[in-house]
Design a protein around this ligand. Structure first.
Ligand code: SAH
Length: 462
């Protein structure tokens, strides 16, 4: 198997350079899709979660260059559903055994947070999960929505390339988009994001950054869609996004975030009538059928010819690939990878992890060592400190080189302690790590020697 795919399959980590090389190489596609499929099966199983999508308003204050319902497109016939109409659609979906209702709209501020909160609370009575996809709002508004019972929120970052983001989204900023995502995470929403593939000027490097951003945010859901140019937008003459590339971005996302929910997106199905099934066999585990009433559905045209889900056809196709339809709410499994640190401590996050706690209590030797390696200062290698691997926490690790560095006080060891250390070492070595140990005394008195040893070990592990 391709070495990088193998690494990602086992350790769920890749560097930007590695991601780019996999995105650029079309010789590995089948292998990549198979690896993502097997990670999907291992972590989230064979069930496919259906989320019922209600598009309740196509009014939008934004002017995203690609989007058919952008404010300046005055060929759109605008509509807003009433609360009662939305509740009726939700009731119908719940009666059809959908376990999640997704409320999506343009950025329509006439739906104030309090009003939306009433709608959410009404839908929550149906014993379903509620997902919102209504765009950028303030922390306070998100808070009201969370309190009303909303479980999830979808807000694609679209692209992490700042220049491209700003070109595509007049008067919007990447910073605010990120602020929203971190706020949502902090408020306890299962947070979904994702990107468009095929924006004009987008590079493989920026797609790799997108994937790394999903990991940094520790997103709970990721939707990836190829761009489909809409004739009444400034991108009317752009090329369609490449479906294979979109599937690759999705598959790599599955490898790096093994336990999250990933939809086979409608845009993928729109480009290819088998797109959804292809996606479900390359890492995806969610489908989002549109349950908006037929009479308004056509007006929510973010791109043309949006594919519909035919339930009977879908269940037949799922049976053919040995997948079943879930009738559970399908929250994220939250597996903590043996190699990846638990969700990264970013923003105003409330989560605290043992590893973080330990970081605050470093010994003077650890502080000295850390100051010499932090920010990739040493040989341009990224070291992390107090890093969780399996059930163990190591002092320092260069993941890229699979090298662990431990500093030791050299105190007296009980037989139990020794046995524990042996097991720990055995486990870490079985995961492919090399471990170097130094005494505090070495750090104090022979720091040059310490770094010489480390540099030798790093070179060996090229
Ligand atoms: N206003 C909400 C919902 C946007 S529609 C929000 O901002 O989150 C959902 C997604 O459709 C968008 O995030 C975007 O990625 C995608 N989309 C919009 N126009 C598209 C197009 N022309 N082709 C493909 N996907 C598109």
């Amino acid at each position: 198997m391709n070495e990088l795919i193998e690494k990602a399959k086992e350790f769920h980590t890749l560097t930007k350079g590695e991601l780019v090389s996999l995105l650029a190489d079309d010789g590995i596609n089948e292998e990549l899709f198979q690896a993502a499929d097997s990670v999907r099966r291992e972590f989230v199983g064979d069930e496919v979660h259906l989320r019922a999508l209600i598009e309740f308003s196509n009014y939008c204050r934004c002017n995203c260059l690609y989007c058919g319902i952008r404010a300046e497109n005055n060929l759109v016939e605008r509509y807003r559903l009433e609360k009662s109409e939305i509740l009726e659609l939700a009731q119908h979906a719940a009666a059809s055994r959908y376990k999640t209702i997704v409320l999506q709209s343009g950025e329509d501020f006439s739906f104030k947070a309090d009003y939306l909160a009433e709608i959410v609370a009404g839908i929550k009575k149906l014993d379903v999960a509620v997902t919102l996809s209504i765009g950028e709002r303030s922390y306070e508004e998100y808070k009201i929505l969370k309190k009303s019972g909303a479980d999830r929120f979808l807000l694609r970052i679209e692209t992490t390339d700042k220049g491209l983001y700003e070109k595509m989204h007049p008067k919007a900023s990447l910073e605010n988009r990120k602020r929203c995502l971190y706020d949502l995470k902090e408020l306890g929403f299962e947070t979904g994001t994702g990107c468009l593939v095929g924006l004009p000027g987008q590079t493989l490097e920026s797609l790799a950054d997108d994937i790394l951003f999903f990991k940094e945010l520790d997103a709970d859901m990721i939707g990836i869609g190829p761009l489909i140019p809409h004739p009444h937008t400034p991108l009317r003459d752009s090329e369609c996004g490449n479906l294979t590339l979109a599937l690759k971005v999705m598959a790599l996302t599955r490898l790096l975030l093994p336990d999250i929910n990933i939809p086979a997106t409608t845009a993928m199905e729109t480009l290819n009538s088998e797109g959804r099934i292809m996606a479900l066999q390359a890492g995806a585990n969610v489908v989002m059928p549109n349950v908006t009433a037929e009479d308004v559905r056509g007006k929510y045209e973010i791109y043309p010819n949006k594919a519909a889900v035919n339930y009977a056809e879908l269940s037949k196709k799922l049976a053919q690939i040995e997948r079943t339809i879930s009738h559970k709410k399908g929250f994220r499994n939250h597996f903590v990878s043996p190699l990846t640190l638990a969700p990264s401590p970013v923003g105003r996050g409330k989560r605290f992890y043992l590893a973080r706690h330990l970081r605050r209590n470093m010994t003077p030797q650890e502080i000295k060592f850390w100051n010499l390696v932090r920010n990739s200062k040493f040989m341009n290698i990224k070291f992390k400190r107090q890093y969780k691997i399996g059930k163990y926490i190591v002092d320092f690790v260069a993941i890229q080189k699979m090298l662990i560095i431990e500093l030791d006080g050299g105190g007296h060891n009980t037989p139990e302690q020794q046995k524990y250390d042996e097991e720990r070492t055995k486990y870490l070595m079985s995961r492919g790590f090399k471990i170097l140990r130094f005494w505090n005394n070495d750090i104090d008195n022979n720091i040059d020697g310490v770094f010489e040893t480390i540099s030798l070990a790093l070179r060996e592990r090229n």
